[in-house]
Design a protein around this ligand. Structure first.
Ligand SMILES: Cc1ncc(C[n+]2csc(CCOP(=O)(O)OP(=O)(O)O)c2C)c(N)n1
Ligand SMILES: [Mg+2]
Length: 548
């Protein structure tokens, strides 16, 4: 059979339901022949973002596969793959490449070479028979270890070449394996956790990938310890739980800050402790315990006192057992005191923000949009994501997510426009959920055209746009260019834009109209029509930042 048919048959064996892509890549035809739904985007970046959401919303059980053409398509996909890499998201990328006789020749873009630094593995197939083993390697890499994108480049002349049927028939789906922590490390960690007077648990997206939500909750309750998450880990611990400190990031609750500063021990589980502007820094002078899948993360940014390497679920199982053994059924009666302290700080902090969250002013406060959205949607049956910039910092501290994977937090690298593709990919993989992206008018400038893809590919998402005709987050860093040349101003009528692309669009100017508009938007999504609600907002620059 031809290589394109071999690839499609292998994708089927790997349980791939959709092939997301942009022409020209003959694999699209191969996939359609095998009844794999092919989804065409308007630019490569969005397709990769959709793949990310497929993996993120299924804990990596489902893998998104993206294909694009050699040369320009591959060059243009770089941002998308780099975002997957920055966020450690498992994705399979199958670019076409220039034909073998010219693919090493200047100036032809060589994907296998150029994507090497933004992928876990990156190879070029140079003979047709190697198709099968290259995909075996790629799927094994993508399903195991630290998640990340993998790439296999197929020179165009190979895609139509023949590969023996028997070779393809022998292909078996790649296993997904887990490895557990060393028992001695677990013992030391349990000892330190039991000895801690003021422990804080710091949960990252590894908890989502391991589906270790029950164990995380059990450990927190057993230790009577508060839990914060990273942005990527948001929704791994119910934020309505009395032990929740909410999520880290640029915008955080004062209760989170208070507990982190006053902790004696911080237990990071399924996280990398990466130093980033979009995460909460670990204070100095704390006992740091770090449990993570990837030994590369240990001692990378934060020096550790104790560590364990392994799957977050297996690690938490083992730590739970040891902690139970050590406590011998003893309850230390900390719960009431700890939860009272959390509640006190949380309520005081919320009190300070309530006027912003319920503001009646025009232009509308973006915080009011967040608050009304939170109180209009069915939160547990919603998957929401932020975009880069202010919308992220406005929503993440105040959005209370209780169900695992109901909030897609992200951002070690933070590409404007990522949220739209995430919402579309989430809807593809979770058609019964309301899938929402909350973004600004700068973000829509990057990927807005793919709202048409949402319409055409029947992905009825709800898009909440905060239009303040500005890159407001940059006002403080661009005062002179703003004053002289209006360099932070941008403009557009995005409700009309959404309508022009075949979706539902509504512009909302008054705070009193927010909830009704959201209800109408949700109804449209239920009718199968993507909706874009454009809220005319103030150029807000206030963020719940600590230290202030
Ligand atoms: C691709 C990309 N380029 C540049 C940036 C830097 N950046 C982050 S937020 C932002 C402006 C955000 O403006 P907007 O989305 O309108 O939000 P606002 O602050 O106005 O609410 C910029 C330029 C980025 N995150 N991604
Ligand atoms: Mg803006």
């Amino acid at each position: 059979m031809q290589v394109i048919n071999a690839i499609a048959k292998i994708l089927k064996k790997e349980g791939i339901e959709w092939l997301i892509g942009y022409p020209v890549n003959p694999i699209i035809e191969g996939a359609a022949q095998e009844d794999i739904r092919t989804i065409m985007v308007r630019q490569e970046r969005i397709g990769l973002h959709m793949c990310d959401a497929v993996a993120k919303t299924s804990s990596g059980d489902k893998i998104g596969v993206f294909v694009m053409q050699h040369g320009p398509g591959t060059e243009n996909a770089f941002g998308g793959v780099a975002q997957s890499y920055g966020d450690s998201t498992p994705v399979v990328v199958l670019p076409a490449g220039y034909a073998r006789n010219i693919n090493q020749v200047h100036p032809n873009f060589n994907a296998a070479l150029n994507f090497r630094h933004v992928t876990k593995s990156s190879e070029q197939v140079t003979v047709a028979e190697a198709t099968v083993e290259a995909l075996r390697r790629a799927f094994t890499q993508v399903r195991n270890g630290r998640p990340g994108p993998v790439l296999v480049e197929f020179p165009t002349d190979i895609l139509r070449a023949e590969v023996p049927d028997e070779l393809v028939a022998e292909y078996k789906a790649a296993p997904r394996l887990k490895s557990g922590p060393d028992p001695q490390s677990v013992s030391k960690i349990a000892e330190a956790l039991v000895a801690a007077q003021r422990p804080v648990i710091h949960a990252g997206q590894g908890v989502h990938y391991a589906k270790a939500w029950p164990q995380l909750k059990a450990l927190a309750e057993l230790l009577e310890a508060p839990v914060m998450t990273t942005l990527g880990g948001k929704s791994s611990f119910p934020e309505s739980h009395p032990l929740s400190l909410g999520s880290g990031g640029i915008g955080i609750g004062e209760h989170l800050w208070h507990f982190l500063q006053n902790a004696d021990t911080i237990f990071g589980i399924g996280c990398s402790f990466t130093r980033t502007s979009f995460g909460t820094a670990m204070p100095k002078g704390k006992k740091i315990i770090h449990a993570t899948l990837d030994p590369y993360a240990i001692n990378k940014d934060v020096p550790v006192d104790l560590a364990a390497v392994g799957d977050a679920g297996l690690t938490l199982d083992a730590v739970l057992e040891e902690v139970k053994d050590r406590l011998k059924g003893k309850v230390r009666d900390r719960l009431a005191g700890v939860t009272r302290e959390i509640r006190g700080h949380r309520e005081e902090w919320m009190g300070k923000w309530m006027h912003r969250l319920t503001a009646d002013t025009t232009p509308i406060s973006p915080y009011r949009v967040v608050w009304d959205l939170l109180h209009t949607v069915d939160v547990d049956n919603t998957i929401i994501t932020h975009d880069a910039g202010s919308p992220r910092d406005q929503i993440s501290p105040f959005w209370q997510s209780n169900k695992p994977l109901s909030y897609l937090g992200w951002g070690k690298t933070t590409q404007l426009g990522y949220g739209l593709g995430l919402a579309m990919g989430a809807k593809l993989a979770n058609p019964d959920k309301l899938c929402v992206n909350f973004w600004g008018d700068a973000a829509i400038g990057f990927t807005g055209m793919d709202f048409e893809t949402a319409v055409r590919e029947r992905l009825p998402i709800l898009s909440i746009l905060s239009n303040n005709f500005s890159m407001a987050i940059e006002l403080k860093v661009m005062p002179i260019s703003t004053e002289k040349y209006r360099s932070t101003d941008i403009s557009g009528n995005y409700a009309d834009f959404a309508k022009a692309l075949g979706g539902y669009g509504q512009r909302v100017n008054e705070p009193g109209q927010i909830k009704e508009a959201i209800k109408r938007g949700i109804q449209k999504t239920k009718d199968g029509v993507p909706a874009l609600l454009e809220f005319i907002t103030e150029k807000a620059v206030d963020v719940s930042r600590y230290p202030q």
